[in-house]
Structures are given as structure tokens and as C-alpha cells.
Write a protein that binds this ligand. Sequence first.
Ligand SMILES: [Zn+2]
Ligand SMILES: [Zn+2]
Length: 468
Amino acid sequence: MRLTFHGAAQEVTGSMHLLEVNGQRILLDCGLYQGRRGDTYARNLNFPWEAESIDCVVLSHAHIDHTGKLPNLVKQGFSGNVWCTAATRNLSAYMLLDSGYIQEKDVEYLNRRRSRKGEPPVEPIYTQADARETLPLFVSVGEGRPVPIANGVKLTFHNAGHILGSAVVELDIEEFASGKRWRVVFSGDLGRDEIALLRSPTIVSQADLLIMESTYGGRLHGHYEAAQRRLRDVVCRTARRRGKVIIPSFAVGRTQEIVYALNQLDAQGDIPEIPVYVDSPLAVNATDVFRMHPESWDTNVRAFLEDGRRRSPFDYPRIEYVREVRRSKQLNHMTEPAIIISASGMAESGRVLHHLKNNIGQAENTVLFVSFQAQHTLGRRILEGNGTVRIFGEAYDVRAEVARINGYSAHADHAELLAWASQFDRGRLQQVFLVHGEAEGTSALAKELREQGHGNVVAPTLHGSFEL
Ligand SMILES: [Zn+2]
Ligand SMILES: [Zn+2]
């Protein structure tokens, strides 16, 4: 058996690992590499092997850095099964199409730059039509339902508690030539008990080989209750100033989490009765998928609904879901206090840019960040206290309050990653591969895992390959 790490190796994006056994090739995740526009094109265009040589794909969850290269794999000739949970399939239907649209738009930008340099135009990596062709290949499998996916390979999904449908991938493998048997566990992205909407990650205790994410190695998040108190305070303070709260938010996962958080505060009478607008077509679609999968909701959601004041974690009289551009533009002219949740999460693109442009210059408003802001993004520049920022090429003074809440993170932090790893039977676990993390976080986690007695911990480099 051979394992090769073709992405999310000493970085957090482009998750893609190849497992070869019994003459078959199984791809764990097929994620898009997301970085600066110039570098990403070449990296996402090509695979290090023929697409047709892949027998099947297993997806841990629907985030684009785990699925977004799939339409390109299909475009290049892959026709095997794509194994995932039902919720991952349903979210992917919206997210891959959205990604196809972004690819079409990004290539327009790239081609403008190329034409200035006298270079010929390039094609999009894939289009919305290519993304649609991918969906018939999906085969959804329920959690805890073992299924054979290749000769000598059985797959079982366990709940990862990270976003809706996210799974820990368990593979029971028999190599025919040597008679050896392995259980390989791939964590995907791990969630946390603190996520109010979703059930906590399942405890998995038996593995010979573990491939584990390390995004937040060396860092700790706050608790949910503290996050709720901060959210309440930000909303109350801004409403007293008769201002608006603008929340840049990822469309899938974080938006639904914040809507539920506001719903709870509103039901308890902890915040004033002001309107909430979810202004992102992808977020609106994703919320529909969340409604379709009550099996994934945490028990506290059931308790909240049984209380009788609310019929849904995502709906109450003051929430409006905005799809139409015309309605989105009307929000610009409203003068009363309101909360606007809009994508993208790092304020790099999407409708949130219009809301920031219209509201960042007034001291009564608040820009509230509820997720990680990467370097070189507009979100990061605002958060770092730059007095002036550029939006759509124009300079705007930042006079609005800028606030941040860490407690809504969907990723396990350092302590939570260690706690999850410590549940494995150390007598059986031979090797831990740390992926999906930057050098600093990964080495902090590796160090502590070794101190806890996990002997063989490695962080593979890009295209690093291991014969097992
Ligand atoms: Zn993820
Ligand atoms: Zn990820």
C-alpha cells in the first residue's frame, strides 16, 4: 500500500491524498488550491497523474478546499464513484456550481492581465456546466454504514462535527499480495463540541494509520457562551447608536451558526428586535440544505425547538433571506438599525463588499468578524486597524467599530485536536500523518503528540509518498 500527499501538505488548502492498494487508486478529497489568483490557476489546472487512472474518490466534506477540483477531474476523464455523505452531496450541488461560476469570472480577470502582457487567453479550469456533470457520479452513504468501495477496501463514515455532512473517513484495507490488513482513519476537518448547531465529533478509537488535520495546532478558541455574550453586547451597543452590524461570513456553516446564535438571543429577549438580513444567494441555498438534515442537528437544537417559541433554528419573524440583487440594493438605503450577514467571509468578493463600502465610514456602525481572516485579505486589513481601506478601487476611511469573536470557529483547536487524538488505542496506532496546517501549528501539535507517546508523527511535504 502507498500513500501520497498531493495537497494540504504543510499548508491548509487543496486537500488531496492518494491511496494505492491492490492495483487500485483511491483519492481522499479532491480539493481546490486557494491562494493568490496568479499562482492558483496552474496548480488547479493539472493533476500529477492521468484522471482516468483514479478508480474512486472519497470526500470528507463539502468545503471547496476538499471538493473543488473534482469538476476538473471529471472534465479530464474520471468516471468512477464519488463517495460522500448525503448532506455533502446536497451542499456540493450548490457549492460546486458556485465554484464553476467563480472559475469563469476569475479567468476573465486573469485574461485581462495576460492580454496586457501580450499573452494568449486561457480557458477556465472548469465551468458551471462541468460542475453539473460531476453530480451524477456522487454516491451518498449514511454515517456508520460500512460499504465496499474497491477490492479489499471497505469505507465507513463517522460524524466529524465540522460542517453539515462532514465526516471522518475510516478505511478497512486488506492487501491481497502481502495478506496485510490496515485500518486507515482520515480525520478530514475536525469540528468541536462547542458548535451549537451540529452534533459533536464521533469518538474513533481504532486505527493503524491516522491522517489528521492540524489547522489550529498551537492555538486555542474561546467558548460558545462567551461568544454569545460578545455577540449580544455588539448588537445591543450598535443598536443603541442606531447603527448597522455588518458580518462578513462564509456562506456555508458559519452563516447558519450565526443565524442560530441570533435566533437564540432574540428568543431570550437578550437583543433588541431589529431585522436580520442574510444577503448571499449561496448562504440562502445552503440554509435550505441545513433544513433538510435534522439528523445532523445537535440535541440543544431539539431542546430549543421543544421550548415552543421557535419552529426552526434558521427562521424567526425578523430574519429575511435575500436572493435578488434588487432587494440586496434596497438594503443600502435603509436607515434603521439592522444586522446584515453577507459573504464572502474574508471580504474578498461578494455582496458584503457593497455593505462595507456603504457602512464602514460611519461611526454608529460595526463590522463584526466571526471567522479567520487570512493575510492579504480586505478582512485582515480592516481587522488590523488600517485607518483607510480600498474597496472596488476607492479609498474609504474606517470609522465604524471593528469587533471580532473567535468562539464560533468550526475547527477543533489545539486542545480539542489533542483530546481527539488521545482517544486512539496507542498500542495499535503505528503512524500519524499531520496535514492541513501551516508549519508553526503543525509542529506545535506534532511536538505535543510525541510527548503524549505517539511515536511516529510526520508532516508530509507536498507530493511526499510513503510505502507502508
Ligand atoms: Zn472544512
Ligand atoms: Zn479544510
